[in-house]
Design a protein around this ligand. Structure first.
Ligand code: NDP
Length: 452
């Protein structure tokens, strides 16, 4: 995108200040840079936001709670991990955002995720502020009992800071149905109340149908909308998916349902390439492997006789569509270059910030349709919002009802992106559209509150 020199200087000055205030927090700096590159040109034209220092205020979390989680392993050893809850912005609703358990978790990662969550939650149109939390605890290789003791200990601190009108955490990497259940059960005991203080709960205790599938389904719905905008469809296209966790598995499920051929899936050890495509039967096996047996993706290649590429990512395989659904910065400039060469048509980010800044620029420069995480993976938090509504109303909607609402929300997000990101003679700039549409609602609320 062409930016005039004065705006470029403003972006540089803004980022210099942010880097000084957030030293060494490279992921957070990357997420803010990606946003302000499109938001500063916008606030330069809509000066009410600039005059009120909205961007400076919006890039500073409301608060960060940092604490130690001490727990006992199966051998009786005492372990201590670090945990955080970053309550980023509650201007338009109670804080909302997932918990991540992974050794790579630190304050910078949670600040990047919390900042993006503010804009994403705003885009959904639901009354949700943004937050993120988690721990450097590694659930991999731990027994169920160890994970339970960790979750119980974590909630002993966390329960003071959350509540249905305060902050409602959910799952993320390393936090699925098992962890949410342990966390919820502990909250209930500590507070002696049954309330919708977490989302992603089991169906027997306040969970919503389609929550498990929502992020993956939503990413595919968003891809369908981007393609339809250009007069195309999903059926008959080939697709690359990375990851084999919650988002990836249900992204694959919806792609199969809509007639695409999914060629790849991965985990942190490598990827499988199945040129015949992952069928419904193979996917059922894979879901059982990942959700129940906690196995590795390599076992898919052994079971179905296809190639396994250890230590590699799937981006070199030729395909029409790509869905990075594993983790941040998993798709870099050289991957994007190879994909453009291979004729990739569109990319939808299932994970948060999976494409590096350089990779994103390459897609945009080559007119590859690019659905940024804030828009493309907002289906998960949207159905979390619907889970909260059902909890407050003490009712449960049917699968069809929740799915129809998810489709409606993704369609509304797409419309907002087109409104703020349309370009003459070029595909929609969904990155700019998502940033600006998410920003405006939060910024207007902050303006209305005065100096807060
Ligand atoms: P899961 O823990 O269920 O799955 C994560 C998957 O990504 C696993 O296959 C994991 O492999 C792989 N992965 C994780 N870290 C790395 C890494 N450093 N390098 C390579 N592969 C890695 O998490 P989710 O599916 O819930 O989340 C995936 C992404 O989607 C994250 O960016 C998350 O923030 C985002 N997201 C999730 C939402 C949700 O509703 N769950 C909502 C919106 C966004 P392995 O098992 O080997 O670690």
């Amino acid at each position: 995108m062409e930016t005039n020199p004065a705006i470029k200087r403003e972006i540089t000055a803004f980022m210099d200040g942010l880097r000084k205030r957030n030293k060494g927090e490279t992921e957070f700096q990357q997420a803010v840079r990606e946003a302000v590159e499109t938001l500063i040109p916008f606030t330069a034209e809509h000066t009410q936001y600039r005059d009120a220092y909205i961007l400076e205020r919006m890039t500073e979390p409301d608060r960060i709670i940092s604490f130690r989680v001490t727990w006992e392993d199966d051998k009786g050893g005492i372990r201590a991990d670090r945990a955080w809850r970053v309550q980023f912005n509650n201007s338009i609703g109670p804080y909302k955002g997932g918990l991540r358990f992974h050794p790579s978790v630190n304050q910078s990662v949670l600040k990047f995720l919390g900042f993006e969550q503010v804009l994403k939650n705003s885009l959904t149109g639901l009354p949700m502020g943004g937050a993120k939390g988690g721990s450097n605890f590694n659930p991999k290789g731990k027994s169920d009992r160890e994970v339970m003791r960790f979750c119980q200990s974590m909630m002993i601190e966390l329960h003071r800071h959350i509540g249905e009108d305060v902050d409602v955490p959910a799952g993320d990497i390393g936090v699925g149905a098992r962890e949410i259940s342990y966390l919820f059960g502990t909250y209930k005991r500590l507070e002696n109340r049954f309330a919708g203080i977490l989302t992603g709960k089991g169906l027997s205790f306040g969970g919503s149908l389609v929550r498990k599938e929502a992020t993956g389904y939503g990413a595919v719905y968003f891809m369908r909308l981007m393609l339809e905008q250009e007069g195309e469809g999903i059926s008959g296209k080939t697709a690359l998916v990375s990851g084999s966790g919650n988002v990836a598995l249900y992204c694959i499920e919806k792609l199969i349902e809509l007639g695409a051929t999914v060629l790849t899936a991965s985990d942190s050890d490598g990827f499988i390439h199945d040129p015949q495509g992952i069928t419904r039967e193979k996917l059922d096996w894979l879901i059982d492997l990942k959700e129940n047996r906690r196995g590795r993706i390599q076992e898919y290649a052994e079971k179905f006789g296809c190639d396994y590429h250890e230590g590699k990512t799937p981006w070199g395989v030729k395909a029409d569509l790509a869905f990075p659904c594993a983790t941040q910065n998993e798709l870099e400039a050289e991957d994007a270059t190879a994909m453009v060469k291979n004729g990739v048509r569109a990319v939808a980010e299932g994970a948060n910030m999976p494409c590096s800044a350089e990779a994103t620029e390459i897609f945009l420069a080559n007119d590859v349709l690019f659905g940024p995480a804030k828009a493309a993976n907002a289906g998960g938090v949207a159905v979390s919002g619907l889970e909260q509504s059902q909890n407050q109303l003490r009712i449960s909607w049917s699968r069809e009802e929740v799915d129809a609402r998810l489709v409606a929300i993704m369609t509304d997000i797409h419309t907002k992106c087109v409104r703020y990101g349309a370009r003459h003679g070029k595909p929609v700039d969904y990155r700019a559209g998502a940033n600006i549409a998410g920003f405006v609602k939060v910024a207007d609320a902050m303006l209305a509150y005065g100096v807060v």
